[in-house]
Design a binder for this molecule. Structure first.
Ligand code: FAD
Length: 614
């Protein structure tokens, strides 16, 4: 009944149909035939194989860059279509991670189908209950649908709303920002006319922080886990291309995320989810240490204006880590917030062509601005350096990790401030990744020792630490959202760069600045040491054309909102369910979506709307 999974099947780049092809080509059949020791590759029936993963490997140790495949082989189909393969399959030797026998081909389905099935079962149970109830007492009526307020329409809030809406809760989704159509215009005004809307920008609005992003769907929580697979398949249901299920480094790009979110919205509305845009959560209504509702107001006015109360049976808090006002509000309600490590640094930008050459050598010509056969080159670097040259205590007097983060090939640097006095940046791209630039955060881990001087702010010391460097960056840039910048060689030499600076993708301007003076020396030195080491791995990384931009501070949440592992309920306030990146349980689009999905099931279980396993 089972199937064989064949992994690490290499197809030389020059033979492969290219990055966008996820079917079974003849060169792939040749690689499969080699594993089976089957003499005539062309006789293997393509229909018996399905590609489950495809990635590009251009490591210098290889004679030639290759596409690396994982393929599932359906034994029944194979033997039916080509009985001569019988002996070869019978002799197949299992080898962990290369040739594995899987007893069933059971794949997690997309969330919408799972929920649809479970709802049908649930409906049957409810109908049976109702029948029994009616038999016992004709006057008894079923309890009314529980009301849940989900705050934030980022990936975590959307997936929590989806699950709860499908399972029958009465969901109100409250989002301080605008729907994608209006948000797009607000972002346009920011990029072209320097008008920052404090409630509708790169961080706030439909889809959350990841909408105007690179839309990378890579995650460290295991791409084959059921949760991740269910989320990915659901994204495909809402319009993502099916190759995200196969691609080793799937990404969407802003142009695909926007229509996908529109479809998501329509589906939620169809379920009866009441979506309130431009509506901000200002406060929680608490009785006897239980949340019984929320106070909200029109986000275009101050929190005191026209506050409305909305009573509910639970609040899913999915506000992301830029909603600093929410952390303050939680503290006022004595919600337990625990400081956590995060990372700060700068965003580096190189000409994409240079990164293509570093990674691919001669094959770089095949990239063709994202339209070619091989993917636009990316990189991922990580090093450990001693962080305490100035004698002060940093992260445990020992080693800090320095790493690239949120790398955007063929992308652009964008402004992610939500307040005009603070300046922070990130990166985004479109699906083709066709821009002339490659940008990535280069960050250093920081811990509570680093923000000791902010300890008066209690658990929000890390947040104040972030804010301090965002303010400094705004001043260094000279205002008007101009970003402070320095070439990499000058950053290493602690000297101001001469103007004109190399070109940058950042649309609101760069200003030559002493970025080496922005952070405490222990952080600067850690960055400098690691850049030197990165250059050994990626020769050419230190280039006069490489420009550092300040400042990258919001890599992850500086606090965690404590919650119970099984119910997702806050440990300090009943009926509050903190989720996603802002609560410290996710770090990226997919992990936030997975957290939201599981929280949806957990809340539904608590409310008696779901009886299955989570
Ligand atoms: P968020 O996405 O931050 O959503 C929170 C939502 O809550 C927002 O829409 C906000 O408006 C709303 N909200 C906040 N406060 C309130 C309130 N008081 N009342 C009502 N609503 C409120 N991750 C990746 O995996 N891949 C990438 O390529 C990638 N690129 C990125 C590029 C950029 C420019 C940025 C900023 C982030 C990027 N990230 C990327 C990170 C990713 O976006 C986040 O990890 C993810 O969106 C977190 O999801 P979330 O649901 O927890 O929170």
């Amino acid at each position: 009944d089972g199937f064989w999974r064949l992994s690490m099947l290499g197809v030389p780049a020059h033979k492969d149909p290219g990055k966008d092809f996820t079917g079974v080509s003849l060169p792939l059949l040749e690689a499969i035939a080699k594993v089976l020791k089957f003499p005539v590759a062309a006789m293997l029936p393509q229909e018996a194989f399905s590609v489950v993963r495809k990635s590009f490997d251009a490591r210098k140790v290889l004679k030639e860059a290759e596409f690396v495949y994982t393929v599932d082989m359906d034994i029944k189909k194979l033997l039916n279509l080509e009985p001569r393969t019988w002996d070869f399959v019978a002799r197949l030797e299992p080898k962990l991670g290369v040739v594995e026998y899987m007893s069933t081909a059971k794949q997690p389905s997309d969330l919408v189908s799972i929920l649809h099935d479970s709802r049908q079962v649930q409906d049957e149970v409810v109908q049976e209950d109702m029948f029994e109830t009616q038999n016992k007492s004709l006057n008894k009526v079923l309890p009314k649908r529980p009301k849940i307020a989900v705050i934030g329409s980022g990936p975590s809030g959307l997936f929590a709303s989806l699950v709860l809406g499908e399972l029958g809760a009465e969901v109100t989704l409250i989002e301080r920002g605008q729907p994608v159509e209006k948000r797009g215009r607000d972002i346009g005004a920011l990029v072209v006319r320097r008008v920052l809307q404090s409630e509708s920008n790169f961080c706030f609005g439909e889809g959350g922080a990841g909408t105007w992003s690179d839309g990378k769907l890579v995650t460290r929580i295991g791409k084959n886990s059921n949760g991740v697979q269910a989320v990915m398949k659901t994204l495909v249901q809402f319009g993502a291309p099916a190759n995200i299920l196969v691609d080793g480094k799937p990404h969407l790009g802003t142009d695909r995320l926007v229509p996908l979110l529109r479809n998501f919205r329509q589906h939620l509305k169809g379920l009866g989810v009441d979506i309130k845009f431009s509506t901000r959560l200002n406060d929680l209504i608490v009785e006897n240490r239980q949340v019984v509702g929320v106070q909200v107001s029109d986000a275009s006015h101050s929190p005191d204006f026209d506050n409305q109360e909305l009573l509910c049976d639970g609040v899913v808090l999915a506000v992301g880590h830029s909603a600093r006002d929410v952390y303050q509000m939680l503290l006022q309600h004595d919600v337990e917030l625990v400081p956590k490590d995060f990372a700060v640094g700068l965003r580096i930008e190189h000409p994409q062509e240079l990164i293509n050459r570093i990674q691919y050598s001669a094959l770089a010509t095949e990239v063709c601005n994202g339209r070619g056969r091989v993917p636009v080159a990316d990189y991922k670097v990580v090093k450990y350096v001693n962080g305490d040259h100035d004698g002060t205590t940093g992260i445990g007097d020992s080693f800090r990790s320095c790493y690239s983060f949120c790398m955007c090939p063929g992308g652009q640097v964008v402004l992610t401030s939500t307040n005009p006095l603070e300046l922070c940046i990130n990166g985004m791209s479109f699906s083709k990744r066709a821009s002339r630039w490659a940008n990535s955060a280069l960050v250093v881990t920081v811990s509570s020792n680093d923000f000791d001087s902010f300890r008066a702010h209690g658990p929000l010391a890390g947040l104040e630490f972030q804010r301090e460097f965002e303010r400094r960056a705004a001043v260094m840039g000279g205002g008007n959202f101009v970003v402070p910048a320095q070439t990499v060689p000058d950053f290493l030499d602690n000297k101001l760069s001469e103007t004109p600076l190399p070109p940058s993708s950042y649309r609101l301007g760069v200003h030559a600045s002493k970025l080496h003076e922005l952070f405490p020396s222990r952080i600067t030195e850690a960055l400098q040491q690691s850049i030197v080491m990165f250059d050994k791995e990626l020769p050419g990384f230190i280039s006069k054309d490489a420009l550092l931009h300040g400042v990258e501070t919001r890599t992850s949440s500086p606090v965690q909102v404590s919650r119970h592992a099984d119910t997702y309920e806050s440990t300090s306030l009943g009926r509050l369910y903190p989720i996603g990146e802002g609560a410290g349980y996710a770090g990226g689009i997919v992990s936030a979506a997975v957290d939201g999905m599981y929280c949806g099931f957990a809340v539904a279980k608590t409310l008696g709307l779901y009886r299955g396993d989570i």
